[in-house]
Design a protein around this ligand. Structure first.
Ligand code: CO
Length: 135
């Protein structure tokens, strides 16, 4: 079952410039900033209700996010739905012939499990699924 939108990820060329809008003008507050060298991004989270706006700044050339910024410019990269059972959700999508990018859930920060759904199957939107660890 889908519980909520966990985050909407936006690729930006620089975090300070992006924060001038999201924090300075719009009034969201930064909940955390993180450098993730393994994924080649600097991240800022801005909580909004149960969700977050997630700003991603590529820091390494030739990653998916860096190529996205180069080819398409800044903008929305993906949206992430929190689900209570990622295996069941992936099975449900497979049953509807939806193409997944990750065939198995990946394990990320804090033990959360995630997987991406191919934009070919979603009308052009890169969709991420999250199952947060249960504590
Ligand atoms: Co994400």
């Amino acid at each position: 079952m889908i519980k909520n939108i966990n985050h909407i990820a936006i690729i930006v060329p620089d975090l300070e410039g992006a924060l001038a809008f999201w924090e300075g003008a719009l009034g969201l507050k930064v909940g955390g900033r993180e450098a993730v060298p393994a994924e080649g991004v600097d991240v800022a989270f801005l909580p909004i209700g149960e969700s977050n706006v997630e700003l991603l700044k590529p820091t390494v050339a030739d990653t998916g996010v860096a190529r996205f910024l180069e080819k398409r410019g800044p903008g929305i990269h993906h949206m992430c739905f929190e689900v209570d059972d990622i295996d069941a959700t992936m099975e449900q999508l497979r049953a509807h012939n939806v193409q997944l990018i990750n065939e198995q859930p990946q394990v990320g920060h804090g033990g959360r499990q995630y997987a991406f759904v191919h934009p070919k199957s979603t009308g052009g939107v890169l969709v991420e699924l999250y199952q947060l660890s249960d504590e």
